[in-house]
Design a binder for this molecule. Structure first.
Ligand code: PLP
Length: 396
């Protein structure tokens, strides 16, 4: 059958590809430790699961409103007010099929063919793919480990052009774990406001911050900033609910109305059961979110300590949020004759250390790799041991 040019160009997500390959090896009996996926190894809070079971028994089998139920949008609006001090009406919110769908809807509402979208690199794998699907042109602005993977206001200002439709800003960052402090967010937001450029703010890791002070969304910086920001977020990470596919976007009312119509014509709405569970999760006891954050912090600290002694892996700046390490591995690449880049290095580590990691090139950063510590402490300890032995035998 004919495949549209649009889909012919689409590459599958490398993180999903590596996880699938590692799972196949596991299924074949190999003892592979998979540190590739960006999926919390926690379950949703007990009270959320209980509530979802009750909702399922009650039914919720009819169609609902395209942008999401009023109750869920009200709870999300209250959540945004509480956590970010920014006011949205329910009409300014669309409940989506995860954060990925929130981003796609947001970009569909912004990009015309040929529009440039500024993507800060290292970036989450999906951004360029979504921009290109919509006929946009990704433009990259990179910040390496020497600057903590964070761009400066001067760099941002220099990278904007008259063709820039929007900037995608992800704080804390997947893949680096970098976290922009409130002052840094303010400074970058002001650059965008001055240039009149929209900020698509991917806030899926907002609850997983270890150091560096309270979370500031670009939308919270000023009224002008709020009117130029689209928040795209989800409950997949903070509430450990990725399989229930609950995301949302928030933005200016007239624009959101159009995006709600787009969703109405393309997918209508996400499961009412998931929406009802989301309302319970964001309005209920937040202690499970905090417990998860503390557990991630403990793992981050363990890994930072352990990686100091693993030759070939260099971590210049401690990640301050999300659940990823993004070490520079140029030392490792240089030490293995048959390895030329981060893709080869990850294949080599999978074969020789039986640890599945994601090459930095997938995130626009050659010479690095990503390790997800959304895994048990036992697996992390085993992975460290294997990587130390394998790299130690090689580099010594
Ligand atoms: N944004 C970033 C930076 C992510 O890492 C992810 C998931 O890995 C998402 C968005 C999408 O999350 P969801 O599973 O809610 O679609």
């Amino acid at each position: 059958m004919h495949v549209s040019k649009r889909l012919q160009k689409l590459k599958p997500s490398e993180t999903i590809a590596i996880t699938t390959r590692a799972r196949e090896l596991q299924a074949a009996g190999k003892d592979v430790i998979v540190l590739a996926a960006g999926e919390p190894d926690f379950s949703p809070a007990g009270f959320v699961r209980e509530a979802a079971a009750v909702f399922a028994r009650e039914g919720m089998t009819r169609y609902g409103p395209a942008p999401g139920t009023l109750e869920t949008r009200q709870e999300l609006a209250a959540f945004l007010e509480r956590t970010r001090g920014v006011s949205y009406t329910p009409e300014q919110i669309v409940v989506t099929n995860g954060g990925k769908h929130a981003l796609f809807n947001a970009l569909a509402g912004l990009i015309d063919p040929g529009d440039e979208v500024l993507i800060l690199a290292p970036y989450w794998v999906t951004y360029p793919a979504q921009v290109e699907l919509l006929g946009g042109v990704p433009v990259y602005l990179s910040a390496d480990d020497a600057q903590g993977f964070k761009v400066t206001p001067e760099q941002l200002s220099a990278a904007l052009s008259t063709k820039t439709r929007c900037v995608i800003f992800n704080n804390p960052s997947n893949p680096t774990g970098a976290y922009y402090t409130a002052d840094e967010v303010r400074a970058l937001t002001e650059v965008c406001v001055e240039a009149g450029v929209v900020i698509v703010s991917d806030e899926v890791y907002d609850a997983i911050i270890f150091d560096g002070g309270p979370y500031l969304s670009p939308a919270s910086v000023s009224e002008e900033a709020r009117d130029l920001t689209v928040i795209a977020s989800s409950l997949s990470k903070a509430y450990a609910m990725p399989g229930w596919r609950i995301g949302y976007l928030a933005g200016p009312p007239d624009w959101v109305k159009k995006v709600a119509s787009f969703q109405g014509q393309t997918s209508h709405h996400i499961s009412l059961l998931s929406q009802a569970a989301a309302a319970v999760a964001v309005s209920g006891d937040q202690a499970p979110v905090e417990e998860m954050r503390v557990a991630f912090r403990k793992r981050r600290d363990f890994l930072l300590d352990a990686f100091r002694d693993i030759p070939g892996f260099e971590i210049a700046v401690a990640p301050e949020g999300a659940f990823y390490l993004f070490p520079r591995i140029t030392g490792l690449i240089d030490a293995i004759p048959e390895v030329e880049n981060s893709v080869d290095a990850c294949a080599w580590l999978l074969d020789n250390a039986m640890v599945a990691l994601v090459p930095g090139s997938a995130f626009g950063a050659e010479g690095f790799l990503r390790l997800s510590y959304a895994a048990s402490e036992e697996d992390l300890e085993k992975a460290v041991q294997r990587l130390s032995e394998t790299a130690g035998n090689l580099i010594g």
